[in-house]
Design a protein around this ligand. Structure first.
Ligand code: 5CA
Ligand code: ZN
Length: 409
Protein backbone atom coordinates (compact mmCIF):
# COMPACT_ATOMS: atom_id res chain seq x y z
CA UNK A 1 0.00 0.00 0.00
CA UNK A 2 1.24 3.52 -0.58
CA UNK A 3 1.42 5.96 2.33
CA UNK A 4 1.04 9.74 1.99
CA UNK A 5 3.46 12.54 1.12
CA UNK A 6 5.88 13.81 3.76
CA UNK A 7 6.04 17.44 4.74
CA UNK A 8 9.55 18.91 5.02
CA UNK A 9 11.09 18.85 8.48
CA UNK A 10 13.38 21.87 8.83
CA UNK A 11 16.74 21.31 10.55
CA UNK A 12 17.27 23.34 13.73
CA UNK A 13 20.44 24.76 15.22
CA UNK A 14 21.87 23.07 18.33
CA UNK A 15 21.35 19.58 19.71
CA UNK A 16 18.21 17.48 19.97
CA UNK A 17 17.51 15.51 23.15
CA UNK A 18 17.11 11.78 23.74
CA UNK A 19 13.48 10.89 24.30
CA UNK A 20 12.28 9.85 27.75
CA UNK A 21 8.87 8.28 27.45
CA UNK A 22 6.35 6.39 29.53
CA UNK A 23 6.47 2.64 28.95
CA UNK A 24 3.30 0.75 29.86
CA UNK A 25 5.27 -2.46 30.43
CA UNK A 26 7.54 -1.05 33.15
CA UNK A 27 5.04 1.56 34.32
CA UNK A 28 7.65 4.32 34.29
CA UNK A 29 9.74 6.58 32.09
CA UNK A 30 12.44 4.99 29.97
CA UNK A 31 15.16 6.87 28.10
CA UNK A 32 15.30 5.49 24.60
CA UNK A 33 18.69 5.41 22.94
CA UNK A 34 18.05 4.09 19.47
CA UNK A 35 20.85 3.50 17.02
CA UNK A 36 21.27 5.72 13.96
CA UNK A 37 17.91 4.40 12.76
CA UNK A 38 15.12 4.48 15.34
CA UNK A 39 12.43 1.83 14.80
CA UNK A 40 8.75 2.39 15.54
CA UNK A 41 5.58 0.48 14.79
CA UNK A 42 2.25 2.26 15.22
CA UNK A 43 -1.03 0.43 14.85
CA UNK A 44 -3.08 1.83 11.98
CA UNK A 45 -6.78 2.26 11.43
CA UNK A 46 -9.49 -0.24 10.73
CA UNK A 47 -10.88 1.61 7.72
CA UNK A 48 -14.64 1.39 8.04
CA UNK A 49 -15.31 5.02 8.93
CA UNK A 50 -13.53 8.38 8.67
CA UNK A 51 -10.64 9.49 10.89
CA UNK A 52 -11.92 11.04 14.11
CA UNK A 53 -10.17 13.33 16.60
CA UNK A 54 -9.30 10.34 18.82
CA UNK A 55 -7.36 8.67 16.01
CA UNK A 56 -5.74 11.97 15.11
CA UNK A 57 -4.65 12.55 18.73
CA UNK A 58 -3.02 9.13 18.88
CA UNK A 59 -1.18 9.59 15.57
CA UNK A 60 -0.14 13.05 16.72
CA UNK A 61 1.61 11.51 19.75
CA UNK A 62 3.69 9.18 17.59
CA UNK A 63 4.42 11.93 15.10
CA UNK A 64 6.02 13.82 17.99
CA UNK A 65 8.13 10.77 18.86
CA UNK A 66 9.54 10.86 15.34
CA UNK A 67 10.14 14.59 15.40
CA UNK A 68 12.13 14.29 18.63
CA UNK A 69 14.25 11.55 17.04
CA UNK A 70 14.71 13.46 13.78
CA UNK A 71 15.90 16.43 15.82
CA UNK A 72 18.71 14.18 17.18
CA UNK A 73 19.76 13.62 13.54
CA UNK A 74 18.62 10.02 13.58
CA UNK A 75 16.67 8.45 10.79
CA UNK A 76 13.32 6.94 11.65
CA UNK A 77 12.05 3.63 10.34
CA UNK A 78 8.32 3.91 10.86
CA UNK A 79 5.90 1.13 10.00
CA UNK A 80 2.11 1.29 10.17
CA UNK A 81 -0.58 -1.19 9.18
CA UNK A 82 -4.12 -0.91 7.88
CA UNK A 83 -6.51 -3.54 9.27
CA UNK A 84 -8.21 -3.87 5.91
CA UNK A 85 -9.97 -7.11 6.75
CA UNK A 86 -11.59 -7.67 10.13
CA UNK A 87 -15.03 -8.28 11.65
CA UNK A 88 -16.02 -4.61 12.21
CA UNK A 89 -15.14 -3.72 8.61
CA UNK A 90 -17.09 -6.67 7.18
CA UNK A 91 -20.05 -5.91 9.46
CA UNK A 92 -20.17 -2.24 8.41
CA UNK A 93 -19.96 -3.15 4.72
CA UNK A 94 -22.79 -5.65 5.19
CA UNK A 95 -24.93 -3.11 7.11
CA UNK A 96 -24.47 -0.46 4.42
CA UNK A 97 -24.75 -2.86 1.49
CA UNK A 98 -21.33 -1.90 0.11
CA UNK A 99 -18.34 -3.93 -1.00
CA UNK A 100 -15.88 -4.30 1.92
CA UNK A 101 -12.85 -3.77 -0.33
CA UNK A 102 -14.30 -0.54 -1.72
CA UNK A 103 -15.19 0.66 1.80
CA UNK A 104 -11.67 -0.01 3.06
CA UNK A 105 -10.10 1.74 0.07
CA UNK A 106 -12.33 4.77 0.40
CA UNK A 107 -11.71 5.25 4.13
CA UNK A 108 -7.97 4.59 3.78
CA UNK A 109 -7.80 7.25 1.05
CA UNK A 110 -9.57 9.72 3.35
CA UNK A 111 -7.19 8.83 6.20
CA UNK A 112 -4.20 9.61 3.95
CA UNK A 113 -5.73 13.00 3.11
CA UNK A 114 -6.35 13.77 6.78
CA UNK A 115 -2.83 12.72 7.78
CA UNK A 116 -1.34 14.84 4.98
CA UNK A 117 -3.40 17.87 5.99
CA UNK A 118 -2.32 17.46 9.62
CA UNK A 119 1.36 17.17 8.58
CA UNK A 120 1.74 13.75 10.16
CA UNK A 121 4.95 12.16 8.88
CA UNK A 122 4.17 9.09 6.77
CA UNK A 123 5.39 5.58 7.57
CA UNK A 124 8.19 4.18 5.42
CA UNK A 125 6.08 1.05 5.01
CA UNK A 126 2.29 1.23 5.07
CA UNK A 127 1.02 -2.33 4.94
CA UNK A 128 -2.48 -3.73 4.64
CA UNK A 129 -3.48 -6.90 6.50
CA UNK A 130 -4.57 -8.47 3.22
CA UNK A 131 -1.20 -7.95 1.55
CA UNK A 132 0.51 -9.33 4.68
CA UNK A 133 -1.36 -12.67 4.57
CA UNK A 134 1.39 -14.60 2.71
CA UNK A 135 3.77 -13.66 5.54
CA UNK A 136 1.27 -14.40 8.29
CA UNK A 137 0.50 -18.01 7.30
CA UNK A 138 4.04 -19.38 7.92
CA UNK A 139 4.16 -17.63 11.31
CA UNK A 140 0.94 -19.32 12.41
CA UNK A 141 2.27 -22.65 11.14
CA UNK A 142 5.46 -22.09 13.11
CA UNK A 143 3.55 -21.29 16.29
CA UNK A 144 1.57 -24.48 15.80
CA UNK A 145 4.76 -26.50 15.19
CA UNK A 146 6.26 -25.02 18.36
CA UNK A 147 3.22 -26.24 20.32
CA UNK A 148 2.11 -22.65 21.01
CA UNK A 149 -1.06 -22.89 18.94
CA UNK A 150 -3.97 -25.32 18.84
CA UNK A 151 -6.94 -26.01 16.63
CA UNK A 152 -10.57 -25.62 17.61
CA UNK A 153 -13.19 -26.59 15.01
CA UNK A 154 -10.85 -25.53 12.21
CA UNK A 155 -9.83 -22.22 13.79
CA UNK A 156 -6.32 -21.83 15.20
CA UNK A 157 -5.74 -20.25 18.62
CA UNK A 158 -2.60 -19.02 20.33
CA UNK A 159 -1.99 -20.47 23.76
CA UNK A 160 -1.01 -17.62 26.08
CA UNK A 161 0.57 -20.15 28.44
CA UNK A 162 3.30 -20.75 25.86
CA UNK A 163 4.85 -17.36 26.62
CA UNK A 164 6.51 -17.15 30.04
CA UNK A 165 6.39 -13.36 29.69
CA UNK A 166 2.65 -13.21 28.97
CA UNK A 167 1.13 -10.34 30.97
CA UNK A 168 4.29 -8.26 30.98
CA UNK A 169 2.83 -5.45 28.84
CA UNK A 170 -0.44 -4.76 30.68
CA UNK A 171 0.13 -6.54 34.04
CA UNK A 172 -3.60 -7.19 34.32
CA UNK A 173 -5.08 -10.00 36.40
CA UNK A 174 -7.01 -12.84 34.80
CA UNK A 175 -10.45 -11.33 35.53
CA UNK A 176 -9.57 -7.96 33.98
CA UNK A 177 -8.05 -9.68 30.96
CA UNK A 178 -11.17 -11.74 30.46
CA UNK A 179 -13.40 -8.67 30.60
CA UNK A 180 -11.30 -6.68 28.13
CA UNK A 181 -10.90 -9.65 25.84
CA UNK A 182 -14.71 -9.83 25.52
CA UNK A 183 -14.95 -6.09 24.88
CA UNK A 184 -12.13 -5.90 22.36
CA UNK A 185 -12.64 -8.58 19.76
CA UNK A 186 -11.88 -11.74 21.76
CA UNK A 187 -14.18 -14.70 22.47
CA UNK A 188 -13.48 -15.72 26.09
CA UNK A 189 -16.74 -17.67 26.37
CA UNK A 190 -16.13 -20.00 23.45
CA UNK A 191 -16.13 -23.58 24.79
CA UNK A 192 -13.03 -25.68 24.22
CA UNK A 193 -10.38 -22.99 24.63
CA UNK A 194 -7.39 -23.74 26.83
CA UNK A 195 -7.46 -20.28 28.35
CA UNK A 196 -10.48 -17.99 27.85
CA UNK A 197 -8.29 -15.13 26.61
CA UNK A 198 -6.39 -17.17 24.01
CA UNK A 199 -6.69 -15.13 20.81
CA UNK A 200 -7.37 -16.43 17.34
CA UNK A 201 -4.43 -16.66 14.96
CA UNK A 202 -6.26 -18.01 11.94
CA UNK A 203 -10.01 -18.11 11.38
CA UNK A 204 -11.23 -20.89 9.10
CA UNK A 205 -13.23 -19.64 6.11
CA UNK A 206 -16.84 -18.73 7.00
CA UNK A 207 -19.76 -18.89 4.61
CA UNK A 208 -20.18 -15.57 2.79
CA UNK A 209 -16.93 -14.07 4.13
CA UNK A 210 -13.67 -13.47 2.28
CA UNK A 211 -10.93 -16.06 2.76
CA UNK A 212 -7.39 -16.72 1.57
CA UNK A 213 -5.16 -19.71 0.99
CA UNK A 214 -3.74 -20.73 4.36
CA UNK A 215 -1.52 -23.62 3.16
CA UNK A 216 -1.61 -26.30 5.90
CA UNK A 217 -4.02 -24.12 7.92
CA UNK A 218 -6.70 -24.38 5.28
CA UNK A 219 -8.53 -21.42 3.74
CA UNK A 220 -9.34 -18.59 6.13
CA UNK A 221 -8.20 -15.19 7.34
CA UNK A 222 -5.75 -13.96 9.96
CA UNK A 223 -6.43 -12.92 13.53
CA UNK A 224 -5.87 -9.30 14.47
CA UNK A 225 -2.76 -9.51 16.66
CA UNK A 226 -0.70 -11.75 14.39
CA UNK A 227 -1.34 -9.29 11.57
CA UNK A 228 0.57 -6.50 13.31
CA UNK A 229 3.29 -8.83 14.55
CA UNK A 230 3.94 -10.28 11.11
CA UNK A 231 4.28 -6.79 9.66
CA UNK A 232 6.45 -5.50 12.52
CA UNK A 233 8.82 -8.49 12.49
CA UNK A 234 9.07 -8.46 8.72
CA UNK A 235 10.08 -4.81 8.51
CA UNK A 236 11.58 -3.94 11.90
CA UNK A 237 12.66 -7.21 13.52
CA UNK A 238 12.69 -7.86 17.28
CA UNK A 239 13.67 -5.32 19.91
CA UNK A 240 12.40 -2.28 18.06
CA UNK A 241 12.16 0.97 19.97
CA UNK A 242 8.47 1.82 20.24
CA UNK A 243 5.24 -0.10 19.83
CA UNK A 244 2.53 2.53 19.75
CA UNK A 245 -1.22 2.91 19.83
CA UNK A 246 -4.09 4.17 21.93
CA UNK A 247 -4.50 2.90 25.51
CA UNK A 248 -7.32 0.63 24.35
CA UNK A 249 -4.69 -1.43 22.51
CA UNK A 250 -2.53 -2.27 25.55
CA UNK A 251 -4.70 -5.31 26.20
CA UNK A 252 -5.32 -7.54 24.40
CA UNK A 253 -3.71 -6.29 21.20
CA UNK A 254 -0.20 -5.33 22.27
CA UNK A 255 -0.03 -7.95 25.01
CA UNK A 256 -0.92 -10.73 22.57
CA UNK A 257 1.26 -9.33 19.80
CA UNK A 258 4.29 -9.22 22.09
CA UNK A 259 3.63 -12.82 23.17
CA UNK A 260 3.31 -14.04 19.58
CA UNK A 261 6.61 -12.37 18.67
CA UNK A 262 8.43 -13.56 21.80
CA UNK A 263 7.40 -17.19 21.28
CA UNK A 264 8.24 -17.03 17.56
CA UNK A 265 11.73 -15.64 18.09
CA UNK A 266 12.64 -16.76 21.62
CA UNK A 267 13.67 -13.16 22.28
CA UNK A 268 12.32 -10.69 24.86
CA UNK A 269 11.02 -8.04 24.75
CA UNK A 270 9.50 -7.34 21.37
CA UNK A 271 9.70 -3.57 21.90
CA UNK A 272 11.81 -1.38 24.18
CA UNK A 273 8.77 0.74 25.06
CA UNK A 274 5.04 0.16 24.75
CA UNK A 275 3.61 3.63 24.44
CA UNK A 276 -0.10 4.36 24.79
CA UNK A 277 -2.04 7.51 24.10
CA UNK A 278 -5.07 8.49 26.18
CA UNK A 279 -8.63 8.33 24.89
CA UNK A 280 -10.44 11.32 23.44
CA UNK A 281 -14.09 11.56 24.40
CA UNK A 282 -17.11 13.38 23.04
CA UNK A 283 -20.09 14.12 25.30
CA UNK A 284 -18.52 12.19 28.15
CA UNK A 285 -17.85 8.95 26.29
CA UNK A 286 -14.81 7.64 24.41
CA UNK A 287 -15.09 8.62 20.76
CA UNK A 288 -15.64 5.37 18.92
CA UNK A 289 -16.77 4.22 15.54
CA UNK A 290 -18.97 1.61 17.14
CA UNK A 291 -20.79 4.19 19.33
CA UNK A 292 -20.92 6.82 16.59
CA UNK A 293 -20.09 9.81 18.88
CA UNK A 294 -17.53 11.22 16.49
CA UNK A 295 -15.97 14.44 15.30
CA UNK A 296 -14.27 13.74 11.99
CA UNK A 297 -11.06 15.46 10.92
CA UNK A 298 -12.37 15.64 7.35
CA UNK A 299 -15.64 17.28 8.44
CA UNK A 300 -13.87 19.95 10.49
CA UNK A 301 -11.56 20.60 7.52
CA UNK A 302 -14.58 20.91 5.24
CA UNK A 303 -16.04 23.41 7.70
CA UNK A 304 -13.07 25.60 6.80
CA UNK A 305 -10.90 25.10 9.89
CA UNK A 306 -7.17 25.33 9.17
CA UNK A 307 -5.58 21.89 9.78
CA UNK A 308 -2.86 23.68 11.76
CA UNK A 309 -5.55 24.68 14.26
CA UNK A 310 -6.75 21.07 14.52
CA UNK A 311 -3.18 20.06 15.21
CA UNK A 312 -2.86 22.72 17.91
CA UNK A 313 -6.07 21.46 19.50
CA UNK A 314 -4.53 17.98 19.76
CA UNK A 315 -1.19 19.34 21.01
CA UNK A 316 -2.91 21.27 23.80
CA UNK A 317 -3.48 17.96 25.63
CA UNK A 318 -0.84 15.69 27.07
CA UNK A 319 -0.80 12.53 24.98
CA UNK A 320 -1.31 10.28 28.01
CA UNK A 321 -4.34 12.17 29.32
CA UNK A 322 -7.90 11.18 28.54
CA UNK A 323 -9.65 14.34 27.40
CA UNK A 324 -12.83 15.66 25.89
CA UNK A 325 -13.22 17.27 22.47
CA UNK A 326 -15.37 20.41 22.68
CA UNK A 327 -16.06 23.45 20.51
CA UNK A 328 -14.06 25.48 23.03
CA UNK A 329 -10.98 23.27 22.54
CA UNK A 330 -11.09 24.04 18.84
CA UNK A 331 -11.80 27.73 19.35
CA UNK A 332 -8.83 28.07 21.71
CA UNK A 333 -6.62 26.45 19.08
CA UNK A 334 -7.88 28.77 16.34
CA UNK A 335 -7.13 31.77 18.60
CA UNK A 336 -3.67 30.46 19.44
CA UNK A 337 -2.85 29.94 15.76
CA UNK A 338 -3.92 33.50 14.94
CA UNK A 339 -1.82 34.84 17.80
CA UNK A 340 1.29 32.85 16.80
CA UNK A 341 0.95 33.77 13.13
CA UNK A 342 0.74 37.46 14.01
CA UNK A 343 3.83 37.10 16.21
CA UNK A 344 6.01 35.48 13.51
CA UNK A 345 4.82 37.79 10.75
CA UNK A 346 6.92 40.69 12.12
CA UNK A 347 10.42 41.33 10.70
CA UNK A 348 12.11 40.93 14.10
CA UNK A 349 11.36 39.95 17.69
CA UNK A 350 12.78 38.71 21.01
CA UNK A 351 15.52 36.09 20.68
CA UNK A 352 14.11 32.58 20.23
CA UNK A 353 17.23 30.53 21.02
CA UNK A 354 15.99 29.72 24.54
CA UNK A 355 12.53 28.91 23.19
CA UNK A 356 13.94 26.18 20.93
CA UNK A 357 15.61 24.60 23.97
CA UNK A 358 12.39 24.87 25.99
CA UNK A 359 10.41 23.07 23.26
CA UNK A 360 13.11 20.38 23.09
CA UNK A 361 13.08 19.94 26.86
CA UNK A 362 9.29 19.70 26.98
CA UNK A 363 8.95 17.15 24.19
CA UNK A 364 11.87 14.98 25.22
CA UNK A 365 10.28 14.67 28.64
CA UNK A 366 7.42 12.29 27.85
CA UNK A 367 6.18 14.42 24.94
CA UNK A 368 4.92 17.30 27.04
CA UNK A 369 3.31 19.18 24.15
CA UNK A 370 1.20 21.47 26.41
CA UNK A 371 4.44 22.73 28.02
CA UNK A 372 5.90 23.31 24.53
CA UNK A 373 2.81 25.32 23.53
CA UNK A 374 3.05 27.36 26.73
CA UNK A 375 6.66 28.23 25.90
CA UNK A 376 5.67 29.44 22.41
CA UNK A 377 2.78 31.38 23.96
CA UNK A 378 5.23 33.19 26.23
CA UNK A 379 7.47 34.13 23.29
CA UNK A 380 4.43 35.36 21.32
CA UNK A 381 3.27 37.43 24.30
CA UNK A 382 6.71 39.01 24.65
CA UNK A 383 6.69 39.74 20.95
CA UNK A 384 3.35 41.48 21.37
CA UNK A 385 4.21 43.43 24.53
CA UNK A 386 7.90 44.31 24.04
CA UNK A 387 8.92 43.19 20.57
CA UNK A 388 12.65 42.71 19.98
CA UNK A 389 15.51 43.32 17.57
CA UNK A 390 16.49 39.78 16.59
CA UNK A 391 15.75 39.60 12.88
CA UNK A 392 16.30 35.83 12.85
CA UNK A 393 13.79 35.13 15.62
CA UNK A 394 10.46 34.97 13.75
CA UNK A 395 11.97 32.58 11.18
CA UNK A 396 13.52 30.41 13.88
CA UNK A 397 10.20 30.17 15.74
CA UNK A 398 8.43 29.22 12.50
CA UNK A 399 11.00 26.50 11.77
CA UNK A 400 10.99 25.14 15.34
CA UNK A 401 7.20 24.98 15.52
CA UNK A 402 7.17 23.23 12.15
CA UNK A 403 10.03 20.78 12.86
CA UNK A 404 9.11 19.84 16.43
CA UNK A 405 5.33 20.28 16.54
CA UNK A 406 4.29 19.77 12.91
CA UNK A 407 2.45 23.09 12.81
CA UNK A 408 2.83 25.31 9.74
CA UNK A 409 2.67 28.98 10.69
N1 5CA B 1 -6.61 -1.37 13.35
C1 5CA B 1 -6.53 -1.44 14.79
C2 5CA B 1 -5.10 -1.39 15.27
S1 5CA B 1 -4.11 -2.62 14.53
C3 5CA B 1 -7.32 -0.30 15.43
O1 5CA B 1 -7.36 -0.25 16.64
N2 5CA B 1 -7.91 0.55 14.60
S2 5CA B 1 -8.83 1.78 15.07
O2 5CA B 1 -9.22 2.43 13.85
O3 5CA B 1 -9.86 1.32 15.92
O4 5CA B 1 -7.93 2.73 15.89
C4 5CA B 1 -6.78 3.34 15.34
C5 5CA B 1 -5.94 3.97 16.46
O5 5CA B 1 -6.68 5.03 17.07
C6 5CA B 1 -5.59 2.99 17.58
O6 5CA B 1 -4.28 3.25 18.05
C7 5CA B 1 -6.59 3.32 18.66
O7 5CA B 1 -6.09 3.02 19.95
C8 5CA B 1 -6.75 4.82 18.47
N3 5CA B 1 -8.05 5.33 18.95
C9 5CA B 1 -9.28 4.85 18.67
N4 5CA B 1 -10.24 5.57 19.31
C10 5CA B 1 -9.59 6.53 20.01
C11 5CA B 1 -10.01 7.60 20.88
N5 5CA B 1 -11.29 7.84 21.14
N6 5CA B 1 -9.05 8.40 21.42
C12 5CA B 1 -7.73 8.19 21.15
N7 5CA B 1 -7.28 7.20 20.34
C13 5CA B 1 -8.19 6.39 19.78
ZN1 ZN C 1 -2.20 -3.25 15.58
Amino acid sequence: MHAWPASEVPALPGQGRDLRIHDTATGGLVTLQPGPVARIYVCGITPYDATHMGHAATYNAFDLVQRVWLDTKRQVHYVQNVTDVDDPLLERAERDGVDWVALAEKETALFREDMTALRMLPPREYIGAVEAIPGIVPLVERLRDLGAAYELEGDVYFSVESDPHFGSVSHLDAAAMRLLSAERGGDPDRPGKKNPVDPMLWMAAREGEPSWDGASLGPGRPGWHIECVAIALDHLGMGFDVQGGGSDLAFPHHEMGASHAQVLTGEFPMAKAYVHAGMVALHGEKMSKSKGNLVFVSQVRRDGVDPAAIRLALLAHHYRADWEWTDQVLQDAVDRLTHWRAAVSRPDGPSADALVEEIRDALSHDLDAPAALAAVDRWAERQESEGGTDTGAPGLVTRAVDALLGVAL
